[in-house]
Design a protein around this ligand. Structure first.
Ligand code: SAH
Length: 231
């Protein structure tokens, strides 16, 4: 375990060697494990039995123009809870947030995955320029671009009857929105669907999370019966 996890177990959870915990590493499912050793900044676990098999995360990628630190932390944590399978900062013309702290982003994803009992971490991509992302786009993945103004079809209606498409991604813009030339570039791309999230202008983080919810309801694991879950 990491030094942070050892600190958390020891000082926040007040756990001691011999105590049982649930553990996952993103590859081998979930295990009931026992704390073997735990001291300042170091700890080891010994796995007893598997409690859940590894599952993949079928949710969409979330691409987002970076925003300020507080809302970004919030957005990343909630996007993990809502099942985003990748997180990818995209630098747009009007992006005014500074450098993205990828270590902080990674720490947020781990904490959120632990908290929501998800067995995989989203794939973290290094920040990339808008045009580079679009130029190198995997053509078999449909990209839903959230656009707040103009004659854009509602996301809910775009996602109806789309069960045939397996791979999806969502892109949201910065506080200032996409520039006219960025929006113009989209219209020529066959893998892009511009979508609206209703008549209200949402904060960037609200838009990203609302879009994930809408996708989960229409095509994701909020739209099918869940396997029984043990306590
Ligand atoms: N300053 C801009 C708003 C940007 S909102 C303006 O006044 O027009 C930030 C981002 O959230 C947008 O780029 C878009 O991706 C998303 N967004 C906000 N509200 C939305 C809506 N109603 N529908 C679709 N996307 C929305």
């Amino acid at each position: 375990m990491t030094a942070n996890q050892a600190h958390y177990l020891r000082n926040v959870m007040r756990a001691r060697p011999g105590d049982a915990v649930s553990a996952f590493n993103g590859r081998d499912g979930e295990w009931e494990a026992r704390i073997e050793a735990l001291s300042k900044g170091v700890g080891t676990l010994s796995p007893d039995r598997q409690t859940r098999k590894q599952t993949s995360e079928p949710g969409p990628w979330l691409l987002f123009a970076p925003i300020k630190r507080g809302p970004l932390d919030f957005m990343v944590q909630k996007a993990v809870e809502l099942g985003a399978s990748a997180l990818w900062p995209v630098m747009t013309e009007r992006t005014n947030a500074g450098r993205v702290n990828m270590e902080r982003l990674a720490a947020n994803t781990i904490e959120a995955a632990e908290q929501c009992e998800r067995l995989t971490l989203p794939d973290l991509r290094a920040p990339e320029k808008y045009s580079t992302v679009l130029d190198n786009w995997p053509q078999d993945r449909q990209l839903l671009v959230c656009v707040e103004r103009g004659a854009v079809p509602a996301m809910g209606s775009v996602l109806q009857h789309q069960a045939g498409i397996a791979a999806w991604a969502i892109l949201t813009g910065p506080e200032g929105g996409f520039s006219p030339s960025e929006l113009d570039q989209l219209t020529r791309l066959p893998f892009v669907s511009p979508v609206s999230l209703g008549p209200r202008i949402l904060r960037a983080e609200t838009a990203a999370l609302a879009a994930l919810v809408c996708w989960q309801c229409a095509l994701g694991d909020w739209n099918r019966p869940l396997p029984p879950r043990t306590q």
